[in-house]
Design a protein around this ligand. Structure first.
Ligand SMILES: [Zn+2]
Length: 193
């Protein structure tokens, strides 16, 4: 997989096992910057690793996040560097209240990818290249059938990855085959056993 794997070892609060039998069919694209609008501070990595040590550059916004349970599987920084924080077989906490294809709770059946950025600034070409490479690798390993933005699965509540995210810049984007809710299908399959 592209890039490196975080090895902080603080992640016990940032992921849990996925529900049994649920296929990972959705890739959700987000944007994030910590503090808002600032890049490369290391604060995102500290948040996703649940790093308990005092922050070297304290900021009021970061204190607000201290007790939040939030994580994503991957972060793609402005320079295109991709880092994995949560294993794909684990459930990360990136989607919140959300739905896709009539199924609620997208964390159960999705991979979360955070693009370092904001709603107000174009993403870097190297970030799209890293996202495309990551998407190809994930499609080879998982039954992904759609890529959506956080704003698509939580409309009215979330706006990321934002209006400047170029969906056409993501080659190999899988199309949604609309075969229904992943969790409902898993229940059907279990009932048939
Ligand atoms: Zn988001």
């Amino acid at each position: 997989m592209a890039g490196s794997t975080a090895s902080g070892g603080f992640g016990a609060r940032t992921s849990t096992p996925r529900p049994t039998g649920v296929a990972v069919e959705l890739l959700v694209v987000h944007n994030i910057s910590l503090p808002p609008g600032r890049f490369g501070s290391g604060s995102i990595e500290r948040l996703f690793c649940n790093d308990p040590t005092p922050h070297p550059h304290p900021h009021p916004f970061l204190e607000l996040l201290a007790d939040l349970r939030v994580s994503a599987h991957f972060l793609i920084e402005r320079n295109g560097r991709a880092t994995q924080f949560v294993g794909c077989s684990e459930r990360a906490w990136h989607a919140g209240v959300s739905s896709f294809a009539g199924c609620h709770g997208c964390n159960d059946f999705s991979i979360g990818v955070e693009m370092e950025g904001t709603d107000f600034l174009a993403f870097e070409p190297v970030q799209y290249a890293a996202l495309a490479q990551l998407t190809r690798a994930l499609r080879a390993a998982l039954p992904l059938r759609a890529v959506r933005g956080h704003s698509h699965i939580a409309p009215g509540r979330k706006t990321d990855p934002g209006p400047l995210f170029d969906w056409n810049g993501l080659p190999g984007r899988p199309t949604c085959r609309r075969t229904g809710c992943p969790r409902a299908r898993s229940r059907q399959m279990q009932a048939m056993r």
